[in-house]
Design a protein around this ligand. Structure first.
Ligand code: 5GP
Ligand code: MN
Length: 386
């Protein structure tokens, strides 16, 4: 039995959104990771299978702000995603036609650059907005989305992944009994039948990646009930592990070796590791989107390292020029920690970012050396020496 953590009133409202929608866009965050892809595509496959038999005119599309990494390209439906950076005209037309906009794995439009601006500029009281996210709410979504027709939010910062929340939404939808709902059967089989295999594979992927293959934020029994249901729905978890985690290029493996051998700096008094890479170094290893994934976690394998910070130089996207103060370079910062050692405070206060207690990030618009210095000047007052 999965507990109903989502407000049933809001779940019913979401059901009514789905019933009336004809043109749906699902949007996820910049530099989509496994959970961003999993929650958006999982939602799409669920809606497709649930609504298609009712509606002959359903338009349903996932829009990602920029390209997803190649190790997620196998995900069912990923190839149909619109990439805003290169397909903005097509995406704009869909946003303008949308009667339901669904955001997964983020809730602050500013995190998706010009795609967020477009969504906010399009809202005119005729579009319903549904948000499913597990990031800490730092802004008032009611204010941000004041121009939505109606807004339903499932923002649960205690949840390890947005994909798990999408699962919970689907589960709760399937247990609703009122006339307005899409599915009133209550047996386990019928619940599973609303969750087709494509949706299940996507949601499993997001749950797996946002918990580091169930190695953090993963210590409660219900998570494994959900995993059990996904496996019962046909998910081959071993196959998905291989597709996601064993897909590195030789260049990426050599970059990893270079980071650990040549670049890792340790600050033992604060149990901290720091790795930073310039554009030149990335170029040397033929850096591709997604190649940095996981590098920040590596130093945590050292017995006395509890905080890990990874920085890499990147160019400023056209969509974020307004944030860059004229700088053409930015530094992407990733922070990880173990146990009760929050890194999101430093991410927020020093690098204008945010995130979860043990996994957060931010950006610095300027040269790498400045970002490194800013970190060195500040980390001792944020990271505990115990
Ligand atoms: P990553 O290090 O994998 O890029 O990001 C880890 C987590 O940090 C993300 O899930 C997200 O919650 C958060 N995060 C990363 N970059 C930013 C940022 O620039 N702003 C905010 N608010 N959060 C970020
Ligand atoms: Mn996530």
């Amino acid at each position: 039995m999965i507990s109903s953590i989502l407000s049933s009133k809001e779940v019913e409202k979401a059901a009514s959104f789905f019933e009336s929608a004809r043109n749906i866009v699902i949007v996820t965050h910049m530099s989509p990771d496994g959970d961003a892809m999993g929650s958006s595509l999982g939602m799409k496959h669920y809606l497709q299978s649930t609504l298609n038999f009712k509606l002959s005119t359903l338009n349903l599309k996932v829009i990602v702000p920029n390209a997803f990494p190649s190790f997620l390209a196998w995900m069912p439906g990923a190839e149909e995603d619109l990439v805003y950076e290169s397909q903005s005209q097509e995406a704009d037309a869909l946003i303008e036609a949308a009667d339901l906009i669904i955001l997964t794995d983020f809730h602050e439009p500013k995190r998706i650059g010009s795609l967020g601006d477009k969504i906010l500029a399009t809202l005119n009281g005729t579009q319903n907005v549904l948000i499913v996210d597990h990031h800490l709410a730092t802004t008032d979504v009611k204010v941000t989305f004041a121009k939505a027709k109606e807004l339903v939010t499932f923002i649960e910062s205690g949840s390890p992944s947005a994909s798990e929340l999408v699962y919970r939404l689907i589960y709760q939808l399937s247990t609703l009994n009122s006339q307005t709902t899409l599915n009133s059967q209550t047996t386990l089989n019928s619940k599973l039948s609303t969750l087709n295999l494509e949706a299940a594979r996507c949601l499993y992927t997001g749950m797996m990646t946002d918990t580091g293959n169930f190695s953090f934020n993963s210590n409660y029994p219900e998570m494994y009930e959900i995993v059990g249901q996904l496996v019962a729905a046909g998910v081959n978890k071993d196959e998905i592990y291989n597709k996601v985690f064993n897909q590195y290029s030789a260049d990426r493996m050599r970059l990893m070796g270079y980071c650990l051998y040549n670049k890792m700096r340790l600050f033992p008094e604060h149990h901290t590791a720091l790795i930073y890479l310039s554009r030149k170094e990335l170029y040397r290893f033929n850096f591709q989107s997604g190649d940095a994934e996981g590098l920040v976690n590596l130093p945590l394998q050292i017995s006395d390292v509890y905080y890990s910070v990874f920085m890499r130089e990147d160019k400023v996207n056209p969509s974020e020029i307004n944030l860059a103060n004229g700088s053409k370079i930015k530094v992407k910062i990733s922070l990880r920690s173990q146990g009760d050692r929050p890194v999101n405070v430093l991410a927020h206060e020093v690098f204008g970012g945010g995130g979860h207690k043990n996994a957060s990030g931010g950006e610095y618009y300027g040269p790498l050396s400045e970002a490194v210095q800013k970190f060195l000047d500040n980390y001792q007052s944020y990271f505990k020496p115990t």
